[in-house]
Design a protein around this ligand. Structure first.
Ligand code: ZN
Length: 138
């Protein structure tokens, strides 16, 4: 385990119609956050959520073309080939309370989103290809 200290904290809201994943990545890269923690609550107009098939070793994505509440979206920032990369998961609730969740993909469109990004300072946290899972892991 690496040990980190708290760095800068960014809080704010995203605009309606922005792509949730792309905007978080933009904020992270513009502010040169190399390692960090991401949390979001709010609502989306539609969502694109991934599920990693462990047997096939590939992501399958499912689109939800309906308004959904962001019950929880948590993620992290670390380096992939020296570029800050956001990895986030999201739980979304429909009108009847049914929840869907998974790996946050591009194409998840904001209705309203309150974002918290905390930078952490310390050793660089890098992703590299793991042959057992075929994922880029720490
Ligand atoms: Zn994931």
């Amino acid at each position: 385990m690496n040990i980190y200290q708290q760095g800068r904290i960014f809080m704010g809201r995203l605009e309606k119609d922005e792509d949730l994943y792309q905007q978080i990545t933009k904020i992270v890269r513009e502010n040169e956050i190399e390692t960090g923690i991401v949390k979001v609550i709010g609502a989306v107009q539609k969502a694109n959520i991934g599920y990693y098939r462990q047997d096939e070793k590939e992501y399958i994505y499912q689109q939800f073309n309906q308004p959904l509440e962001i019950v929880s979206c948590i993620g992290n920032v670390s380096l992939l080939e020296e570029n800050p990369m956001v990895h986030a998961h999201i739980a979304l609730a429909a009108k009847d309370g049914t929840t869907y969740g998974g790996h946050l993909g591009e194409g998840t469109i904001v209705f309203a989103a309150e974002v918290y990004i905390q930078e952490v300072k310390g050793d660089k946290l890098r992703r590299k290809f793991d042959s057992e899972t075929e994922l880029t892991l720490w």
